[in-house]
Ligand binder design. Structure first.
Ligand code: GDP
Ligand code: MG
Length: 221
């Protein structure tokens, strides 16, 4: 048992070192980095498509997408004219700093203002692995149920912002916004919240403003 715990600690310590290298590189290149996490299908890629459209001509955005297989998400985002790298993790259920490094090698020379990393769809493992980001963002769709913050606490504890997605579906589902936010803030009192719909565009402006604010803060690092 003890041996297993040591292995896990070793993996995380190795990752922290690689993440620190990445953090320095992001800082040197003046790139603000967001780690976007959620369960599968919450709407990350769809939001990134809308985000690419909204930021066009305002700042230089790049995206790295982690998936176990396929380049489908990267293909969707690339259609919106932003540089994208797809990272296939094989069997890993999260991105770690070593997996993000080749994507950084490819994207940082392009001189990006903002890099958004769409993590592998999973509410558990991605929360454990630093990738040198400026901020972690968790997305929870209203179709997943308001109990998820309490059931997957680390994800909500480590994130700076919670996006509650697919709010256009609220009339059709049994989702309590108050309960989801209360449970998430019990884990993380400073957690910011934006409710949005990539379908109707509701909440997109606050999301874009949040990204621009983060980017401005990162400039002053
Ligand atoms: N109704 C509704 N559906 C959405 C919204 N955003 C995404 N979807 C749908 O949810 C599914 C999963 O979206 P996707 O962006 O691939 O999720 P990801 O796995 O988190 O990247 C797709 O069928 C999308 O069309 C939204 O705001 N409202
Ligand atoms: Mg996706």
């Amino acid at each position: 048992m003890t041996e297993v715990i040591r292995i896990q600690e070793g993996v995380l310590a190795d990752n922290d070192r690689a993440a620190e290298d990445l953090r320095l590189r992001f800082r040197e290149s003046g790139t603000c980095v967001v780690n976007l996490m959620s369960g599968p299908g919450a709407g990350k890629t769809t939001l990134l498509e809308r985000t690419a459209e909204a930021l066009q001509g305002r700042l230089r955005l790049g995206v790295a997408v982690g998936d176990i297989q396929t380049s489908r998400d990267a293909d969707r985002i690339a259609r919106h004219g932003v540089p994208v790298v797809q990272i296939n993790t094989g069997d890993a259920c999260h991105l770690d700093a070593r997996m993000v490094t080749p994507a950084a090698d490819h994207l940082l020379p392009l001189g990006l203002d903002l890099l958004i990393v769409e993590n592998v769809g999973n509410l558990v493992c991605p929360a454990e692995f630093e990738i040198g980001e400026d901020a972690k963002v968790v997305m929870l769709s209203v179709t997943e149920g308001a109990d998820k913050p309490a059931k997957y606490p680390l994800m909500f504890h480590v994130s700076r912002l919670m996006l509650v997605s697919k709010v256009d579906l609220l009339p059709h589902v049994d989702f309590s916004m108050e309960a989801a936010i209360a449970d998430a803030r019990a884990l993380n009192p400073d957690l910011q919240v934006i409710a949005l719909s990539a379908r109707t565009g509701e909440g997109l402006d606050p999301w874009i403003d949040w990204l621009l604010g983060l980017r401005d803060k990162a400039r002053g690092r």
